[in-house]
Design a protein around this ligand. Structure first.
Ligand code: NAD
Ligand code: IPM
Ligand code: MN
Length: 356
């Protein structure tokens, strides 16, 4: 049979501490996958004079997909390559509470939805400059719409193409239909600022409504982004697929993560037409690097999403099941979940529930 290749990029700061044991678990579950580790960040800088050497780019290009730790700065160009060069246009961030997760909510039991985040546009990549460059807009300046080119300052651009908004909308609909087949409500909820950004978020709203109409069997809801943020906390059990723009999705995914118990628990996958890569929602956790206490759950579940992508659905389920069992029993909990277990103690506990 075919032997898939996965490029492994450990990432910066605390990330190698969770990447190594995650890959070990994945190897154990699916021995036929070829894992090819690529050098990145400071190590690559020291050895090749660049944080993103050709060997790493080739390892990404030659793999079926990439498992990425987080970048704390040095590995940032690799993240850009995985997003924009590989056109991984949608970032899927599941938000699901399991018994034992240290949620601050009173009733987290039915929290089980996904955020579908635009992974390419909006205010990313940064297009910023000096206010003076906006002088052509100054003629439309008024007291209620100021373009103060006579003052020192800067601007930042939000840019959305119809093409990207359409494929993000379609992806969210297809995902909601898939989930519906598995017993979920089949609902797309848009959170955006269509009230004051009619051309970007208003256009997104129009395109999402059209996409929902073109996918029979789905229901649709929309909320202004500020109210959406409240709903993630006040009524998360009502959500199924939540569609968000790039910067909104970045911020609110961390909020959602907080509602189930924190960043140590939240996986994600970034999908394109020709490539996919997988990274946890959290960053490189520099404040706890080297302490051996970073929670590997987010990285392990991210590995589970990778297995799903490669078609190893049963093994992905086994892995998530083992993690859930460790939390359910509650004897070996990571520090961020109120326990005392080190990263490796937690990983060993998970490993004990995998088939030998
Ligand atoms: P962060 O997510 O790294 O950390 C925020 C807080 O959560 C810290 O207190 C950290 O210790 C804690 N935390 C995160 N993951 C954890 C885990 N698995 N277990 C236990 N605690 C965990 O965010 P930050 O500190 O704002 O950013 C650090 C760096 O990471 C920055 O350079 C940022 O740009 C980068 N970052 C990268 C990515 C990515 O590569 N996709 C994502 C987010 C942030
Ligand atoms: C994330 C991160 C990134 C983002 C940073 C590191 C550019 O916060 O993946 O959530 O903003 O997309
Ligand atoms: Mn983020």
């Amino acid at each position: 049979s075919t032997q898939p290749t996965v490029c492994v990029i450990p990432g910066d700061d605390a990330m190698p501490e969770v990447m190594a044991p995650t890959v070990a678990l994945l190897r154990r579950l699916v021995p036929e996958i070829r894992f090819v580790e690529a050098i990145c960040g400071r190590e690559a800088q020291a050895q090749y004079g660049t944080p993103f050497p050709d060997v790493t780019r080739e390892a990404i290009d030659n793999a079926d997909c990439t498992l990425f730790g987080a970048s704390g700065g040095p590995s940032r160009p690799i993240l850009w390559y995985l997003r924009w060069h590989k056109e991984t246009f949608i970032n899927v961030r599941p938000v699901r509470w399991y018994p034992g997760y240290n949620s601050p909510l009173r009733n987290p039991e039915r929290v089980d939805y996904v955020i579908a985040r635009d992974n390419l546009e909006g205010m990313y990549p940064p297009r910023e400059g000096d206010i003076a460059e906006l002088s052509t807009l100054a003629s439309s300046s008024s007291w209620w719409l100021p373009v103060p080119t006579d003052k020192a300052g800067a601007y930042s651009l939000k840019v959305n193409t119809d093409e990207q908004m359409e494929r993000v909308a379609n992806y969210a609909c297809e995902l909601a239909l898939q989930r519906k087949a598995a017993g979920y409500p089949g609902k797309v909820t848009l959170g955006a600022k269509y009230s004051i950004q009619p051309k970007t978020d208003g256009r997104l709203r129009t395109l999402v409504k059209a996409a929902v109409a073109a996918h029979p069997g789905l229901s649709y809801e929309e909320y202004l982004i500020d109210d959406m943020a409240r709903r993630l906390v006040a009524a998360p059990e009502a959500l199924d697929v939540v569609l968000l723009g790039n910067e909104h999705g970045d911020i609110l995914a961390d909020v959602s993560s907080g509602t189930i118990g924190g960043l140590g628990l939240s996986p994600s996958g970034c999908y394109g037409e020709k490539y996919a890569y997988f990274e946890p929602v959290h960053g490189s956790a520099p404040d706890i690097a080297g302490k051996g206490i970073i929670n590997p759950t987010a990285m392990i579940l991210t590995g589970g999403l990778l297995l799903d992508y490669l078609g190893y659905n049963e093994q992905a389920e086994t892995l998530a099941g083992a993690v859930a069992q460790v939390y359910r029993e509650g004897r070996v909990l990571p520090v961020d979940q109120g326990g005392r277990a080190s990263t490796s103690e937690f990983v060993f506990a998970v490993q004990d529930y995998l088939p030998a």
